[in-house]
Design a protein around this ligand. Sequence first.
Ligand SMILES: Cc1ncc(C[n+]2csc(CCOP(=O)(O)OP(=O)(O)O)c2C)c(N)n1
Ligand SMILES: [Mg+2]
Length: 527
Amino acid sequence: MSMMIAQNGPGITNFVTPVKTAYWNHTPLLLVTPQAANKTIGQGGFQEVEQMALFQDMVCYQEEVRDPTRVAEVLDRVIANAHRFSGPAQINIPRDMFTQIVDINLPTMIEFELPSGGEMALAEAAKLLSAAKSPVILNGAGVVLAAGGIAASMALAERLDAPVCCGYQHNDAFPGSHPLFAGPLGYNGSKAGMQLIQDADVVLALGTRLNPFSTLPGYGIDYWPKNAKIIQVDLKPERIGLTKAVTVGIVGDAAKVANGIMAQLSATAGDTDRAQRKARIASTKAAWDVELEAMTHEEDDPGTTWNERAREAKPDWLSPRMVWRAIASVMPKEAIISSDIGNNCAIGNAYPTFEEGRKYLAPGLFGPCGYGLPAVVGAKIGCPDTPVIGFSGDGAFGIAVTELTAIGRDEWPAITMVVLRNYQWGAEKRNSTLWFDDNFVGTELDENVNYAGIANACGLKGVQARTMDEVSNALSQALVDQAAGKTTLIEILINQELGDPFRRDAMKNPVQVAGISMDDMRPQKGA
Ligand SMILES: Cc1ncc(C[n+]2csc(CCOP(=O)(O)OP(=O)(O)O)c2C)c(N)n1
Ligand SMILES: [Mg+2]
């Protein structure tokens, strides 16, 4: 289990964003928050903040130590709960307690087996899947996190010849080379997955809370099947049925539940229309592969011309999709990659596939910009022999750029970082241009800043790439260098095209307020 600790007060307030990110990524994590010392607590000011209140909504469990003799007891409970609820759990300790000597009995941790699903629910799910004509499996993070989850879902999929989609940013929840893998649903996902689930009569949503990003319309297709029977499996009962109507809810570990369902399938499960189903999966996937390969530029919404103008402004510059194709062509199968929050990273969602779980690190639904670099640094520390590649937009990278000053030290492992440099906070500009009549403000980045130069100044290797060949060559070389202990930052210069906005479904055109006109505006007065 990973652990975080920092200086009380301002050190700890810096943890809010990463801890909430870990919460929605279901990451077991021990959060130790040293508190202002008991003697001065409440007297105000110096590095003191209400650390329990601060994290109340960020952790799955929190407890404060009241007496030095109780540190071990509380610590034991906090760690146990981080495991049980698969999330960050906080222990808040007044700092004077760190230096006490106590005489106590050490607690022994009680470990529970994860639930395998209710008997009746498993039987009902097996019955529905056995009778299904077009079953579809939707794998979430729970499949990656459960021991044997991917193998269990694969056995079930093969038995039923059911296509397997995955949730948003969970591209590693099923082997990419498997003929039944249909790709990620939701924002910038796989059209093949969307088309296949659209016709499902039974969906097994395995280890997923069915978060909105994984089910919202994509490419204009509102694919979520309205009449299908939905079986939802999640460790947390409160998440079942939260976003979608569910026929059978199963509280349990994804692997155990999948195995339990498998054991109860009828002898003829999957036989109805099996051959047609397999053929349809293959043809739908092939058609999407061809379509994705041919997608080179971003389309404009009717009545808008941003992308057209962006292409004209920089005709020789790469488009985001050219970059993703160049990257995909040289990405090693065993690599761990990270993604960040931003328009270009999101456009990249349909491209990476993986053969194993825990390979695609993504900020998930809390969605903090700045995730890309620290995520691969952590991954490399955990898996020193695996190549890691981080991806960030240039705005998001600016949030994490200070890490470059730390990661070149001798004892730190080498990584490869890719910055998608379009000199704009693209995702914000996308919303702004679409909903404010082609206007944008505060979205432009400084063109004088050279991230490759900053990397070089930090003793790392910084390179810029402007063509597809330069991108693939730079990445291949960076991976050779990474294996030899050298960190590279590749700054890829791209045009300013913008893909689909985040949550198109949740945006509305602003309404004009009656009685307000431009003449009511006054120039801002200086101080
Ligand atoms: C910490 C944080 N601040 C702000 C946002 C809002 N936000 C989402 S995407 C985005 C723009 C990202 O720009 P960039 O990294 O340059 O990527 P691009 O969209 O240009 O590809 C912002 C500001 C966020 N998600 N996280
Ligand atoms: Mg950008």
